[in-house]
Write a protein that binds this ligand. Sequence first.
Ligand SMILES: Nc1c(O)cccc1[N+](=O)[O-]
Length: 246
Amino acid sequence: MRIDVVTIFPEFFDVLDISLLGKARQSGLLDVSAHNLREYTHDRHRTVDDTPYGGGAGMVMKPEPWGEAIDELLGDATPERADASAPLVIFPSPAGEVFTQKMARELAHREHLIFGCGRYEGIDQRVFDHVATRAEVRLVSIGDYVLNGGEVAVMAMIEAIGRLIPGVVGNPESLVEESHEDGLLEYPSYTKPAEWRGLEVPPILLSGNHKAIDAWRREQQLERTRRVRPDLLRAETPEKAETAEA
Ligand SMILES: Nc1c(O)cccc1[N+](=O)[O-]
């Protein structure tokens, strides 16, 4: 998978050279490049923003640099080539659709993702409108809170997507029993020692009865999801909600 990120802070993504994603980059499973939006300006001050039409506080990111940057990254992409190889352009935005594990799984199958990190009060709307004439565009939110820009959101999405690419995580089994993989929160985990500061590991986990352990873990998932995220039970399937309330 090729990932391009357009940002005024390209150094922000240097951290992707370490850990799992760093190994994935070295092995060629993942190619991540950060591009400085200011490289697509032509004035002495490398200006990327200006005052908003209609007034209001803050500044809006100018369309011209974005247009040139994304033109370069799209290459000869056309809307007619709507297959997995077609680039998908994602702008993190509080006004976007919510990023979920389901979306991460879907995007892990794409060959080319382009992320555009907005700053200030956002990007001129015409950028989204124009790019959508050339490629699929999505505005995606990682949560209902205010960030100073899209870089943190893109980092989260790259990690969530990148780790699902076959070969990135050593043991694919470890991807299965995780929060949100089956629509539920994960069960609590324990390791040695069996007793720590007066707290003991649940005896069922020491029993060796794997059928009983699986049942206990499933109940723990349902109890934790009912308590912490009842919305997940309602959102998925009525059957699951019914099981959870049983
Ligand atoms: N929430 C937010 C923001 O305030 C700014 C950029 C991106 C996001 N987001 O992806 O959630």
